[in-house]
Design a binder for this molecule. Structure first.
Ligand code: SAH
Length: 195
């Protein structure tokens, strides 16, 4: 029974406030052990991949993959998060407007292998960011408002190449005991969203 979470909405403004207040318990300074564990599944022996980080925050795993020679693209509404990512890794970057999306900015490492779009993920399309060989979805599907899940999944399906790998981390708990995010997304719903 996920009835209690169905109607919940967290606004972009609330996410920005979480960043301002330092209320970011979701951030893992040491990176996620499950990406380490399943790195081979994501890469599948391939090199020079394009990897997408939806709702990226300042996930340190972006640095891991860039250091392994892959090209990383993330999207995050909080400009503070994006700037903290580059400064905490001492990465020089430049910032430029995104002509297709009003108000959006793209922050790119000077080396060119990490590009973070500062806008809502719903503003992106494969025409703007291209398609990806791999996705690391941690704190993303589970952070999306329940009413937006279908739209999110359709967009993600549109953003991946045919032979891509998609690693998804979800959390399992009694949704009556915590209002989320992270939201509880039942396995059956994941199957119907992604097929
Ligand atoms: N994936 C990251 C962050 C998870 S928290 C990690 O593993 O640490 C979810 C993040 O999504 C927050 O940083 C929030 O600011 C961002 N966010 C929320 N809604 C968004 C949207 N519609 N588009 C882009 N980013 C969004």
């Amino acid at each position: 029974d996920v009835g209690s979470q169905k109607e919940r909405v967290v606004t972009e403004e609330e996410w920005l406030q979480k960043w301002e207040m330092g209320n970011i318990g979701f951030h893992k300074e040491q990176g996620h052990p499950l990406l380490q564990k399943y790195m081979d599944v994501l890469l599948n022996g391939r090199s020079g991949l394009r990897i997408f980080f939806p709702l990226c925050g300042k996930a340190v795993e972006m640095k891991w993959l860039a250091d392994m020679g892959h090209s990383v693209v993330g999207v995050e509404v909080s400009e503070q998060a994006v700037k903290e990512f580059f400064s905490e890794h001492s990465l020089p970057y430049c910032e430029e407007p995104v002509p297709e999306i009003s108000g959006a900015k793209m922050f790119q490492s000077t080396s060119g292998n990490i590009s973070l779009y500062c806008c809502s993920i719903y503003d992106l399309s494969s025409l703007i960011v291209g398609k990806f060989d791999g996705v690391w979805d941690r704190g993303a599907l589970v952070a999306v408002n329940p009413c937006d899940r279908q739209r999110y999944a359709s967009l993600m399906i549109n953003l991946v190449e045919k032979n891509s790998s998609y690693l998804l981390v979800t959390v399992s708990y009694d949704p009556n005991k915590h209002k989320g995010p992270p939201f509880y997304v039942p396995e059956s719903e994941i199957k119907s969203l992604f097929g």
